[in-house]
Ligand binder design. Structure first.
Ligand code: C2O
Ligand code: CU
Ligand code: CU
Length: 459
């Protein structure tokens, strides 16, 4: 492009309107469902999570080197009950340091697994996790200083559920009608390896191959007419806009941190990196002759469905609830902004409030249990700017407003990550229930590794 020659360092800048489309899926393999993590009969700990190296046969005749938890790729689903306390032994069998971060779990800073909590190769420790928050779909992933993007790209990520203490009306049979869907995009080199150093992009590594739960070219056999999907955008950087290929609506029932105020009927949902949504899809009216899939914005098929339920099976009552109170009260809306966050830059030049991450610097302080209003501003640059998914550890916050306007109904639920458009100002109501030092950062993992991260000390 003319005039671009002098703009060194811009090459590879991720223009979100122009990301590489994902390749079409062939629909040839049944979707992998991550196993449930088994409870140990052990006095020292209840669960064990091991970060390890492995190989995965994505392509015929090639074994791709990957990372996984307790296996070759991704990790088992860890389910905690609301209010439950468990001890988890974490062990690093990689050849480099890692940490174990429980994304969305409101644990004390000391158990959060941020970058200062490195576990060296061969070492292990036991962390205590208390699920002291409403039922939600969370996840876990590594967070070592400047190595997060690489380790997630190689395969480290798993689902972490907080489950309702009592039985719910919602589909909840794991792997049958309650299914995790981890959407990720990956780039492979010409040897079909996930060579991060070779393939990485400082502005967010965007792949041209879609994986769902680590499965390339997946399909899902649907055995029940009413399905609950727990969707995670587990990509390093890509934003997904998911919809059903036949135009059918679905219901979003939960956001990052738990149930929405009320179910919201949707035609499509946009999730930036690290955001989650629980959705209910009613397949009962679909006859199976017309193919139906989850597709991305441009129509790329990500997950085709094979409808295999008995069409005669009783139509389940669609669950519904309504909240009596406003999600954010008038008093909360009137609270003054007390913390300002300015996201800026691209590539290696990303900053928060003009600074790069410094592990020895505390950027903000907030009192435990005291709500404050954070205003997050995504300052545009000469190229227009880009979306940054902004995430805070140790809290589930509420979105008060976007550019002064009420958030969409499907954002009236607890969140720990929020998509911020270039030029947008988002106000958040943030309360930390525990003490410690927590990260806040852009969840484009390369931006995080490039220092688009700060620390808040909760006292
Ligand atoms: Cu998903 Cu700092 O985390
Ligand atoms: Cu996190
Ligand atoms: Cu960013």
């Amino acid at each position: 492009m003319e005039g671009m020659d002098g703009m060194n360092g811009m090459e590879g800048h991720m223009d979100h309107d122009n990301v590489t489309p994902l390749q079409a899926s062939e629909g040839i393999q049944e979707l992998a469902i991550p196993p449930l993590l088994k409870r140990e009969e052990n006095a020292e700990f209840d669960y064990e999570v091991i970060a390890q190296e492995g190989t995965t046969p994505f392509f015929e005749g090639v074994s791709t080197q990957t990372f996984g938890y307790n296996g070759d790729l991704l990790g088992p689903t860890l389910r905690l009950k609301e209010g439950e306390t468990v001890r988890v032994k974490v062990r690093n069998e990689l050849n480099e340091p890692t940490t174990f971060h429980w994304h969305g779990l409101e644990v004390p800073g000391s158990a959060d697994g941020g970058p200062s909590d490195e576990i060296q190769p061969g070492e292990s420790k036991v962390v205590t996790l208390k699920a002291d928050q409403p039922a939600a779909t969370l996840w876990y992933h590594p967070h070592p200083h400047e190595l997060t993007a690489k380790q997630v790209f190689k395969g480290l990520a798993g689902m972490l559920y907080v489950e309702e203490a009592d039985a719910s009306e919602l589909p909840d049979e794991y792997g049958v009608d309650d299914i995790p869907l981890i959407f990720q995009d990956r780039l492979f080199n010409d040897k079909r390896q996930l060579d991060y150093e070779e393939l990485m992009n400082n502005d967010g590594t965007v792949g041209d191959v879609s994986l769902v739960n680590g499965t390339l070219n997946p399909k899902l056999t649907v055995e029940k007419p009413q399905m609950r999907f727990r969707v995670l955008n587990g990509a390093n950087a890509r934003n997904y806009t998911l919809r059903l290929s036949n135009g059918a609506k679905f219901k979003q029932i939960a956001s990052d941190g738990g149930m929405l105020d009320e179910p919201v009927e949707m035609e499509e949902i946009t999730l930036s990196a690290s955001e989650r949504a629980e959705i209910l899809v009613d397949f009962s009216g679909m006859d199976g002759d017309e193919p139906v899939s989850i597709v991305d914005g441009d129509g790329t098929v990500l997950l085709p469905f094979d409808l295999a339920f008995d069409p005669e099976s009783a139509e389940a009552e669609p669950s519904s609830w309504e909240s009596g109170e406003p999600f954010v009260t008038e008093e909360e809306k009137a609270m003054p902004v007390s913390k300002k966050i300015e996201l800026f830059g691209m590539m290696e030049m990303v900053t928060i409030n003009g600074k790069k991450f410094d592990p020895d610097r505390i950027d903000l302080r907030q009192e435990k249990g005291v709500p404050e209003v954070w205003e997050v501003y995504n300052k545009p640059d000469m190229m227009g700017g880009m979306i940054h998914p902004f995430h805070i550890h140790g809290t589930q916050f509420k979105i008060i407003s976007r550019d002064g306007k009420e958030p969409a109904p499907n954002e009236r639920g607890l969140k720990d990550s929020v998509l911020v458009e270039p030029g947008e100002r988002v106000k958040l109501l943030v309360t930390f229930p525990e003490e410690g030092v927590y990260m806040y950062h852009c969840h484009i993992l390369e931006h995080e590794d490039n220092g688009m991260m700060g620390q808040v000390e909760v006292y």
